[in-house]
Design a binder for this molecule. Sequence first.
Ligand code: G3H
Ligand code: 13P
Ligand code: ZN
Length: 305
Amino acid sequence: MLVTGNDILVPARAGKYGVGSFNTNNMEITQAIIHTAERLRSPVMVQMSEGAIKYGGQDLANIVIDLAERATVPVALHLDHGSSYESALKAIKMGFTSVMIDASHHQFAENIQETRRVVEAAHAMGISVEAELGRLGGIEEHIVVDEKDAFLTDPEEAVQFVEQTGTDYLAIAIGTSHGAYKGKGRPFIDHERIEKIEKLLSIPLVAHGSSGVPAEIVQRFRDCGGEIGDAFGIADEDLQRATQHGIAKVNVDTDLRLAMTVGVREILKNSPKEFDPRKIMGPAREVMSKIVEHKLGVLGSVGKA
Ligand code: G3H
Ligand code: 13P
Ligand code: ZN
């Protein structure tokens, strides 16, 4: 069933498990996400960025909405990194049940103002909202405290921000970053900061940049001719610890991008005569399903729907 973000994330925070929020850009990615969640009786969120909306538009949104409505588990369609009030409103008109307003690059007061506008409009239509405070970016373990504080989310500010905006869930900067290169080796995650924020805020917290970039997928990517540097992601143990302390929404895009590309490349490399799209995209969908299955297991949402 198609539900709002709150319907999925409030029980997740209370039950101390994480919900995977996976980016989609086509039908096969969407099927891998929703069908795997159904098989494992897990709630799930499917998110489209503004880039995904530009690429797939209402056609892609309708695929997600249709699969979600027919799904036997709760599914939300979420706008990822909405950059403006207009973008959030457009997504709501398209049928999204959850929207992010990302005004985190603005000054604190302006972030509050932009977020509050979206919250007021979205709530009037029964849609839940994610906002972001702090700046995402890889942090090295040895970096001095002042520098960390400059862009990781300040716990006291987070309280003020939530009080003044009424956002339903909050993305916090805790050391993760987007993409396949999250640092040299195991990326630094500021668990103490998460635990401070957990004590001060009762709403669901969101971790962006949460792909694991599994070594096995990276190796397969290389083995079929892909070129990738020293790629690292967030360790499963870090995500498990975070979900015990308030992180309820866990964003994953890079892992499915890598998985889909590996699936396609392997077929093209091993079966050069193949040109039936179903025999190329079908196996790619399988590789993605395995990634989704692993992530849902790590987050502890299996059997929660
Ligand atoms: O956080 C960004 C997501 O990975 C979406 O990326 O804007 O290229 O679709 P995109
Ligand atoms: P990854 O690049 O780690 O998959 O993060 C995706 C994300 O945060 C989307 O909002
Ligand atoms: Zn993100």
